[in-house]
Design a protein around this ligand. Structure first.
Ligand code: C5P
Length: 278
């Protein structure tokens, strides 16, 4: 039987500038995005009905629910194509839930890609991105992959030439953070000075830290423990943070030191920016 496998890599906002709240309830953003070589894995097998099974390290924190983004994606495709078929979908959940690295959006994008192939819908990436944008702002970026600039509420994608990849650690202190709540808190905070923006500026950092102070502990640990970390910032709406290194060896050594001192944290060595566009 045909089995399609799709990789759903972690999305990394290398910078994230956030504008004011718009009339549609979303914020305009401007973000440089690429992907890690680590993520969830989905398999798709033909079946009579739609079925979803979740396994893997974070499966316990993500019960199969009707509003799961994977099932939303699977239901959205027939609405556009009229192709009504079933599929048995298995998600191996390797990424922490609600962690600012786009796990749910990556899963939805992988589902649109996987079912487009399994059901032979023959939709282009741009069409899949339009479908995905209707139920998740980060889904178009996850469909395009590679390196890109993301604008609007996330649906405007400018594909960029690849930039040098780099070794990094992704670290999550073990607290789920709601994206909607972080944006809500952002609206209550004083506006930042745009002229003082740094290369890896994330405008959501202060809002996320005020909701989840453990993010500041991770950033503090980066500066205290991670010798040779050349860049450090919070990812997306948090709580995952990234430390970049000049070599995989330095990243792996820092990972061991961090994990020794913080055994409950999720610490994952990765390469950023190496995965080609989809
Ligand atoms: O689109 P998505 O469902 O991932 O967004 C989750 C929440 O994050 C939205 O309901 C909205 O409150 C907030 N959001 C926003 N502006 C964006 C993206 C998301 O305010 N550009």
């Amino acid at each position: 039987m045909t089995t399609h496998t799709e990789f759903a890599p972690a999305k990394i906002n290398l910078s994230l500038r956030v504008g004011p709240l718009q009339g549609d309830g979303y914020h305009s953003i401007d973000s440089l995005v690429t992907f890690a070589d680590f993520g969830d894995v989905l398999t798709f097998v033909p079946a009579d009905k739609l079925q979803l099974e979740i396994v893997g390290p974070f499966a316990g924190e993500l019960p199969v629910h009707d509003n799961n983004l994977i099932l939303q994606a699977a239901r959205a495709l027939p609405q556009t194509t009229g192709i009504l078929k079933g599929a048995r979908i298995q998600l191996t959940k390797n990424l922490p839930i609600a962690s600012g690295i786009g796990g749910g959006s990556a899963d939805a994008a992988a589902t649109l890609r996987g079912l487009n192939r399994l059901w032979d819908c023959q939709l282009k990436v741009s069409k899949l991105a339009t479908i995905g944008a209707s139920f998740g702002s980060d889904i178009p970026a996850c469909l395009h992959g590679g390196w890109l600039q993301m604008r609007g509420r996330g649906e405007q994608i400018e594909n960029l030439p690849p930039r040098p990849s780099f070794a990094a650690l992704l670290v999550n202190p073990g607290f789920a953070v709601s994206t909607a709540e972080v944006f809500g808190r952002f609206d209550q905070m004083p506006a930042s000075d745009p002229s003082s923006a740094t290369e890896h500026q994330n405008d959501l950092s202060q809002a996320a830290i005020s909701l989840c102070p453990q993010i500041a502990d991770v950033l503090q640990a980066f500066s205290e423990i991670c010798e040779g970390a050349d860049r450090q910032f919070m990812c997306g709406s948090g709580a995952t943070c990234l430390a970049g290194f000049s070599s995989q060896n330095n990243a792996r050594k820092a990972a061991r030191d961090l994990q020794d001192q913080h055994p409950t944290w999720w610490v994952q060595p990765v390469t950023i920016g190496q995965i080609p566009p989809q």
